[in-house]
Design a protein around this ligand. Structure first.
Ligand code: NAD
Ligand code: ZN
Length: 356
């Protein structure tokens, strides 16, 4: 097992390994001997038949009193309505401030359950057990929780750090290959923003637990430096401005991971056009994305994408903050005029198409 510490305002450990959902020692989280701690284990309806029984068994074995429930997954259920149902469930089972909520599943479960835990009785401890690669390397670490609201993604939420993250990489074995690849897209992102070593690890098919641990340690650094996402943490959005635009234009038919893959290619090409990128690693980037069946081009035009970016909530005033690579492993944040974005993306799109 690999343990990575996240030194956020409330520090916690991320445990990464195999077989953890059957054998992890929860005693540091079990509370005092004289009071049995309740664990409310919450998952979605796909993960429930796969792993809930084993996780319930683990918590019971470690002395917890357990209650559990599942909700229907999907972005359309990442809502305040679902949060309300979870709060009713916690209330019905009389969870108190000394109890713990457990989010078992992908990023949607983590975000929704984390948000419910953050507001129930003004905040309960919660433990993340991510079961998608994306949740393991990204959403389970860093404390961002929330739901979609009035058609906008993650529009309502708060920062609520978990007490622990227990990542059993064996759970990835049941992920459809496309879902696994979506997670790889985020892994590659960490490589571009911070670590050429990740490219080597992926090219050499290093065991996934080592790759997850490397990504988590990078995310931990960004979270520690900028827990509330006002500066450097925005680096984690590399490929995401264009990615979100493509997701939006496709009405969700292009997955997040696929959209971010294209976004990374376009931003790398755009950085080269602007003269920021000194190291031409774009061929290596595209080859790695293709190796994991991720796309490197899109049919949407630069004008379509720029228009969709214009409506992105992360845009402040007339500028958008672009994350541009200088070389593999190092990016910078560049405020860029939104009305000049279509021109830049046009150059980026055609330059990346030429290299395809
Ligand atoms: N909080 C953050 O910092 C942060 C960061 C990135 C993304 N997110 C959020 O994460 C969400 C996406 O996360 P996701 O990609 O994990 O999506 P998800 O939670 O929808 O999971 C994807 C699908 O895989 C299924 N699944 C989960 N684990 C499985 C397993 N082991 N085997 C088989 N099927 C399994 C789920 O039921 C779901 O159908 C988005 O809502 C996004 O906004 C949050
Ligand atoms: Zn992402």
């Amino acid at each position: 097992m690999i343990i990575t510490k996240v030194n956020a305002s409330t520090p916690y450990n991320v445990y990464i390994g195999k077989g953890l959902i059957d054998s992890f020692d929860l005693s540091p989280y079990a509370g005092k001997e004289d009071a049995v701690r309740k664990a409310a284990i919450i998952t979605d309806e796909i993960v429930s038949p796969l792993y809930l029984y084993r996780v319930i068994k683990l918590f019971k074995k470690n002395g917890f009193e357990v209650c559990s429930c599942s909700f229907e997954g999907g972005e359309e259920h990442k809502t305040l309505d679902t949060v309300g149902k979870l709060l009713s469930f916690l209330s019905m089972h009389q969870l108190t401030r000394t109890d713990v909520v457990v989010a078992l599943g992908g990023g949607i479960v983590g975000d929704v359950v984390g948000f419910a835990a953050s507001v129930y009785l003004r905040g309960l401890d919660f433990i993340q057990i991510p079961t998608t690669l994306l949740a393991a390397v990204d959403s389970s670490v860093g404390g961002k929780t929330g739901v979609n609201f009035e058609g906008l993604k993650n529009q309502v939420g708060c920062f609520h750090q978990p007490s622990a993250v227990i990542c059993d990489v064996d759970t990835f074995s049941t992920l459809p290959p496309a879902r696994f690849s979506e997670g790889i897209s985020e892994v590659i992102k960490y490589g571009v923003i911070s670590s050429p070593e990740i490219f080597t690890m992926l090219e050499n098919r290093t065991p996934i637990e080592e790759i997850v641990a490397k990504c988590v340690s990078i995310k931990a650094l960004f979270v520690e430096g900028d827990e509330y996402d006002k500066g450097e943490r925005q680096m984690l959005n590399f490929g995401h401005t264009v990615g979100h635009a493509i997701e939006k234009l496709s009405h969700g038919t292009v997955s997040h991971g696929n959209a971010v893959a294209v976004g990374m290619v376009v931003m790398t090409a755009s950085a080269a056009c602007l003269g920021y990128c000194t190291d031409d690693f774009s061929l290596r980037l595209s080859a790695l994305l293709k190796k994991y069946n991720l796309p490197v081009s899109t049919d949407y035009t630069a004008a379509d994408i720029a228009e969709a970016v214009l409506h992105d909530k992360k845009r402040s005033s007339d500028k958008v903050t672009l994350v541009l690579p200088e070389k593999l492993g190092k990016c910078i944040l560049v405020p860029y005029k939104v009305d000049e974005l279509a021109g830049l993306l046009g150059k980026g799109l055609s330059s990346s198409a030429e290299k395809k």
